[in-house]
Design a protein around this ligand. Structure first.
Ligand code: WTA
Length: 685
């Protein structure tokens, strides 16, 4: 991570003054929808007895059912070790390999079955169908290269900055084969953001791709690798090698030149490893499988460390029971593998179950809003998984498009943000053709897999509500004093989970104190206790629980903005603005948006004497994009004469958020400078 440069203060506040949960819309209670009979008849989980087997008095024994879905070299001695709370250790003593479980073990029965359908964005480029046998060959060859050419061994970290191509799961599984910890950075993130993650994880190798297609353009991606290496060097961190996959093997897709002795074209080097086989390394179950960086309450993104055994068991069970994946299914999750959803529910879960998983390179509505439905028709996709933002965009651009295509979904998922009942109903009626069951799955990067969702063949669906805890997960809502808010209280509070679960992250990479502080300190009953019951997990989301036990998630209660299902730290955005020498103060607030859920508005004040101009606004916006990436681009940069402040000098984000959301800022008479409020109102667009 970049060392703290001498930057100006972002703000002195602790915790969010205005949270997403506070600006949440209040939807009315909706009626229930039942799963179709045909769906129930074929579903993996129809036994209601699961809830009796998975009660807290039987914890943690019930998680054996999860681990039983995997092949182990050596069985665990202990399901759960709670010796050092809240650093839970799952399946202790067990030995396992994730690559073996996602590839090798399927060869006997499924070697000629498609593991990955790679769909390029350009429609005239052929879809690639990679069988399990081909996946096996390619993972082995790359693992040989990583071991022999790069000298990588178990426990080493490697940063991946790859787009949505088949080579990405191949690279992840090659790392997993060696016990190498991969850290995939979302390809839309900037070179600088990639550098921060390289230095924090101390990755000696960066694996990238020269270019990729997005919204009709072939983007130069190699350029970002050069920026990443240079930025890491500024922080005193030097990489050994940059491995560059070619989007079009045999020719370069990037005008950025290769650096002699540092950059290597993967396909050129792979020639030496043709036909090589690498025995999967028999890893301890609690060894880390990967890091996934995400935004939290302070400026730096944190590396969530996920285990091999616990994580894989969790995503495999939830893929089978909540996603209802069978080996014969064609499953398409339209998320990006650069996020946790893609790790768990494009790569590890579906492949552990020998399903065919679709990897689509581009944007959903390119070249038009019929694209996803054409892909579904062509590949026979029967399970579909996406975010409310994508659903809203597809609905806006082509509300009647799905009806034009002959695909059939038995099951659909929504994840990442609250979904409005009206949008849910369009998804159900038009995309699901009134037949598909829908699961609204609530969880986070930290959690590895789903926490709340209906079980698709057992529960009725209710638009706008995620549902109860999934089997084995026991949520609770606490108010600020730590009192439980019962179902049907009508009150919102902080949603927590009473029990540990195998998919939960093990720690924050190199920052165990923050792990304890951020997720456990607030509701821990006794910091000395070794009893897991004293350590509820705090998710950082506001929620309400209806009488029927279903949870409705309202949004973040901390300094995180969920933009189109992507988590961004307000402090990260503010720091990026403050890099511009013109800016003296910056404050970011979440604004409700009809497509993206929430978007950031960035308020700034300038050095005395400087005049507001469009040029400065653009410069500030560009700084946010180069520090973080285009997804963090503010909706508006609003240059204000002064920030609304308390008498002690704190910026009142609540007032700014109210103005941006066209709400009443309430009583502002106690501010040090109440007169500024009307001036800011006049500026806001
Ligand atoms: C939000 C994504 C409402 C929530 C898997 C959470 C949701 C954050 C839902 C995690 C949902 C996720 N309904 N809100 N079904 N799913 N969220 O880490 O605020 O990228 O804390 O993980 O997204 O985002 P993350």
């Amino acid at each position: 991570m970049a060392k703290d440069k001498p930057r100006r203060q972002v703000s002195d506040q602790q915790g969010a003054e205005i949270s997403e949960a506070q600006i949440a819309v209040h939807w009315q209670e909706e009626g229930y929808y039942s799963p179709a009979k045909d769906f129930i008849a074929q579903a993996n989980l129809t036994d209601k007895g699961v809830f009796k087997r998975f009660t807290l008095d039987k914890f943690p024994g019930y998680y054996k059912e999860f681990a039983a879905l995997l092949d182990w070299y050596k069985k665990w001695d202990k399901i759960l070790d709670t010796g050092k709370p809240p650093f839970w250790r799952w399946f202790v003593g067990g030995r396992i390999n994730a690559s073996y479980n996602c590839v090798d073990r399927h060869l006997a029965r499924h070697k000629n079955k498609t593991a990955i359908h790679f769909v390029p964005e350009p429609e005239n480029e052929a879809i690639q169908h990679l069988t399990y046998q081909e996946l096996f060959v390619r993972v082995n060859e790359l693992a040989a290269l990583l071991r022999e050419f790069c000298g990588l061994k178990s426990g080493d970290r490697v940063t991946l900055h790859m787009p949505m191509v088949a080579e990405l799961p191949i690279t992840m599984l090659a790392c997993a084969r060696l016990g190498v910890i991969h850290s995939q950075v979302f390809s839309g993130f900037s070179g600088k953001a990639c550098a921060d993650r390289i230095t924090d994880s101390e990755s000696r190798v960066l694996i990238t791709m020269d270019g990729y297609y997005r919204a009709g353009k072939l983007l130069d991606h190699k350029e970002k690798a050069d920026i990443a290496v240079a930025e890491a060097a500024k922080d005193g961190f030097k990489l050994d090698k940059v491995l560059v996959w070619q989007r079009r093997p045999g020719r370069s897709s990037s005008p950025t030149p290769m650096v002699e002795g540092r950059d290597f074209v993967v396909n050129d080097v792979l020639v030496k490893y043709r036909g090589k086989r690498v025995e999967p390394v028999q890893m301890p179950a609690e060894a880390p499988l990967f890091l996934m960086y995400t935004s939290g309450t302070t400026g730096k993104p944190k590396g969530c460390q996920h285990s091999i055994g616990g994580y894989l068991a969790y995503v495999t069970w939830t893929s089978k029971m909540i996603q209802d994946i069978h080996p014969e299914d064609v499953y398409w999750c339209m998320a990006d593998i650069g996020w946790i959803t893609g790790h768990s529910y494009i790569v590890y879960g579906p492949l552990a179950l020998a399903a065919s998983s679709v990897v689509y390179e581009g944007v959903p509505n390119y070249p038009d809003a019929g694209r996803p439905w054409r892909i579904a028709e062509e590949l026979g996709v029967n399970i579909f998984h996406t975010s409310p933002t994508a659903i809203r965009a597809l609905r806006k651009d082509g509300p009647d498009e799905p009806a034009k295509y002959h695909y059939h979904f038995k099951h659909m998922t929504t994840v990442g943000e609250p979904i409005e009942p009206a949008v849910w109903k369009w998804y159900h009626k038009m995309v699901g053709k009134g037949e598909a069951v829908i699961v609204d799955t609530w969880w986070q990067t930290e959690n590895g897999g789903f926490l709340c969702s209906t079980v698709p063949a057992i529960h009725k669906m209710k638009p706008g509500s995620a549902g109860p805890g999934i089997p084995g997960i026991h949520p609770v809502i606490y108010d600020d004093e730590g009192k439980e808010l019962p179902a049907g209280s009508g009150k919102a509070g902080n949603i927590c989970i009473r029990n540990p679960w195998p998919g939960g992250f093990q720690t924050i990479w190199k920052d165990p104190d923050r792990f304890v502080k951020q997720y456990y300190a607030r509701y821990c009953r006794n910091p000395k206790s070794k009893d897991w019951r004293d350590w509820p997990y705090m998710a950082g989301d506001g929620a309400v629980q209806a009488k029927d036990g279903y949870y409705r998630i309202l949004g973040r209660i901390d300094d995180v903005i969920n933009v189109a299902g992507h988590r961004l730290g307000t402090k990260e955005i503010e720091s990026a603005a403050l890099i511009c020498p013109e800016v003296v103060e910056a404050a970011v607030v979440p604004v409700a948006d009809p497509i993206k859920g929430k978007v950031p508005d960035l308020y700034v004040s300038l050095k005395p004497g400087l005049k507001a101009s469009e040029e400065i606004e653009k410069k500030i916006s560009a700084s946010v994009v180069s520090e973080i990436g285009a997804i963090a681009r503010p909706r508006h940069v609003i240059i204000v004469p002064d920030m609304p402040k308390t008498r002690s000098g704190k910026i009142m984000r609540r007032v700014l958020a109210a103005i941006s959301n066209r709400q009443d800022p309430g009583d502002v008479s106690t501010l040090a400078n109440p007169e500024v409020v009307d001036k800011i109102k006049a500026l806001s667009r």
